[in-house]
Write a protein that binds this ligand. Structure first.
Ligand SMILES: [Zn+2]
Length: 244
């Protein structure tokens, strides 16, 4: 799971995901829309019977500090009678902070899974990172929030899927584009990195209809990318080979 903003727990349950088998949560940065549901996820997983702490991987800085402390406000009695046989007394997180740099570093290696992370540019938010998740031969790169920069270029290279935030440059302020990516710049990145599919997310301003979504695709296309571009909705699934 990449990031844990509001409603992520609800969406995970709606998607029929088994929270107890969740390998890890990968946090990109400390903005609330990326971390605010972390305690809720850990508690819901605990109530569902998970017997191990929730593994959280986050860059050193405010997001890893937040993860370490996000359950501290709950006293033990908050979980009275909620635990299943075999689980611990209260929910817990196992937080693994790491030092980030624009050169990717391995942050998780587990069976078929290999996850690398690189620092991205969401200044003044420090630290901010993206991830590249490799499962056997398939690679998915996730930008987090960032302008197009060396870190995200390194993660995106030849990825099967690039999930990148995108803003419409004719609809947002120059200040917003100083720390977030225009759809056009993301299209140019997808082309130079030769990714298989481009998935636009974290869309600003939020699209109200299909014409608005098309405007994001058109702007990304103007950046030069000729492959498939998607603007999925919550709970959509992208299957191997690319159909949504
Ligand atoms: Zn952000």
């Amino acid at each position: 799971l990449v990031d844990c903003g509001r409603s992520v727990t609800q969406r995970a349950l709606e998607a029929d995901l088994d929270l107890s088998s969740l390998l890890a949560v990968l946090i990109t940065h400390h903005h609330s829309d990326h971390v605010s549901d972390l305690a809720s996820l850990a508690i819901t997983r605990f109530i569902g019977g998970a017997s191990t702490p929730l593994r959280v991987i986050a860059p050193l800085g405010p997001s890893s500090r937040f993860a370490v402390s996000c359950l501290n406000g709950y006293e033990d009695q908050a979980f009275y009678s909620q635990r299943k046989a075999g689980s611990s007394e209260r929910p817990a997180l196992d937080v693994e902070p790491f030092a980030s740099s624009p050169e990717p570093v391995v942050v998780l290696s587990d069976g078929h899974w290999l996850v690398q992370s690189a620092a991205v540019d969401h200044h003044p938010m420090e630290a901010a990172v993206g991830y590249r998740i490799q499962i056997d031969d398939a690679a998915v790169a996730v930008s987090g929030d960032t302008v197009v920069c060396d870190g995200v270029r390194n993660l995106a290279r030849h990825a099967d899927i690039l999930v990148h935030e995108a803003l419409r440059s004719d609809q947002v302020s120059a200040a917003a584009l100083a720390w977030n990516a225009s759809a056009r710049s993301v299209g140019a990145l997808a082309e130079s990195a030769r990714v298989g599919h481009l998935v636009l997310t974290h869309l600003l301003p939020p699209p109200a209809n299909e014409a608005d979504e098309r405007a994001f695709v058109d702007e990304a296309r103007s950046g030069g990318y000729e492959g498939p571009i998607l603007t999925p909705s919550d709970l959509d699934r992208l299957r191997p080979g690319g159909s949504a």
